[in-house]
Write a protein that binds this ligand. Structure first.
Ligand code: KIV
Ligand code: ZN
Length: 389
């Protein structure tokens, strides 16, 4: 199947940074941006230049440092914000203005205190103003997940006429479920004139734990840009996790009509870097980047993996940047894994009797400890040799 390109728009440095306690210095942002570039992320959203002088400087530093990825600056639909963002991304080899305004009834009435017509006028003006400064303009309908479809059609049609090249549909409060969100993307693409002239993007939050599922459903419905963050960092419950979106699409090429250009072997390094800089630990059972994501403890699984890794692995640990998968020895482990570990440690045992005795001691110990480490095995084996039965 000829694959289309799925654009990866990483917003770790902007939406990720909006996670309480996750703010980053300029130097930290540049380090992360370089890792994202190395990973071949298409677009790096470096920050919100109008938010503070510090963020302006950070976006500028990222724009100066990065050559291979597009660098985006976020701005409200106001000329002042856009001018500031244009200034910040000026040094970029390839820059993008990402401007947004809220489109849901509750946001327009209670937050913006603007009528729908005023919102459309502000959006048109913002995109026109941005296009005077740069060709690459993305427009986002904030809270699109709770906006009325007819209104979304009106505002999106208007901004496409003004020259927006990417239309982003955020599920800002993580309210949607996959089928409903996909249907929204499908209907917008069907109804809006010239829909095929722009890139459709999605930006999903994880309030119901559905950010990745919603993003993937939207890709099936025609979205060709996914906005995401490393480790799913982001406001409240976070954003769609880049590593999960990328690996779902890569692993299931049998059903996805597109693929990203991400060098997946850089994923674990990026995850560790973001976790180290922000101080946000990665939970051990986190998909792809958690310490246990490729670890097997149960005897049945270990036996299966030792016979053929695909019995219990749908991806290779090495393909996302781990050294290898792990067979963790614990109380659920079986003889096969125990024997394999002995061999790895250079303590191969020929006698079935000695092996049985050692395995029995191992099980005894495993009942008392969460995990059996190599040092435990060394101790256990030397005991076996030196202690008379
Ligand atoms: O969640 C959201 O709506 C956003 C927009 C600014 C894209 O982060
Ligand atoms: Zn967001």
């Amino acid at each position: 199947m000829a694959q289309e390109h799925l654009i990866v728009f990483d917003t770790t440095l902007r939406d990720g940074e909006q996670s309480p306690g996750a703010s980053m210095t300029r130097e930290e942002k540049v380090r992360i941006a370089r890792q994202l570039e190395k990973m071949r992320v298409d677009v790096i959203e470096a920050g919100f230049p109008a938010a503070s002088n510090g963020d302006f400087e950070a976006v500028r530093a990222v724009a100066e440092a990065i050559r291979e990825s597009t660098v985006a600056g976020l701005c409200r639909a106001s000329e002042k914000d856009i001018a500031r963002a244009l200034e910040a991304i000026k040094p970029a080899q390839s820059g993008r203005i990402h401007t947004f305004i809220a489109t849901s009834p509750i946001h327009m009435e209670k937050k913006l205190r603007m009528t729908p017509d005023e919102v459309i006028a502000a959006a048109r003006n913002a995109v026109r103003f941005a296009r005077n400064g740069i060709d690459n303009v993305e427009f986002s309908c904030e809270d699109a997940g709770r906006s009325e479809l007819d209104f979304l059609c009106r505002i999106i049609e208007a901004v496409i006429k003004e020259g927006a090249g990417t239309i982003n549909i955020p599920d800002t409060v993580g309210y949607n479920v996959p089928e409903q969100f996909a249907e929204r993307i499908r209907l917008l693409r069907e109804r809006i004139p010239n829909a095929d002239k722009v890139v459709w993007s999605v930006h999903c939050h994880n309030d119901l734990g559905l950010a990745v599922a919603n993003s993937l459903a939207a890709v099936m419905a025609g979205a060709r840009q996914v906005e995401c963050t490393i480790n799913g960092l982001g406001e409240r419950a976070g954003n769609a996790a880049l590593e999960e979106v990328v690996m779902a699409v890569r692993t299931r090429q049998d059903i996805f009509p597109c693929d990203t250009r991400i060098d997946t072997t850089q994923i674990v390094a990026a995850s560790k870097m973001v976790s180290g800089i922000t101080g946000f630990p990665v939970q051990p059972n986190k998909a792809i980047v958690g310490a246990n994501a490729f670890a097997h403890e149960s005897g049945i699984h270990q036996d299966g993996v030792l016979k053929h890794r695909e019995t219990y692995e749908i991806m290779r640990a090495e393909d996302v940047g781990w050294n290898a998968n792990k067979l963790v020895l614990g109380k659920h482990s079986g003889r096969t894994a125990f024997k394999a570990r002995l061999k790895e440690l250079g303590m191969e045992v020929d006698s079935e009797q000695v092996l049985n005795a050692a395995f029995a001691r191992f099980k005894e110990l495993a009942d008392k400890k969460h995990e059996i480490f190599d040092e435990d095995i060394h101790a256990l084996m030397s005991e076996d040799v030196t202690t008379p039965e």
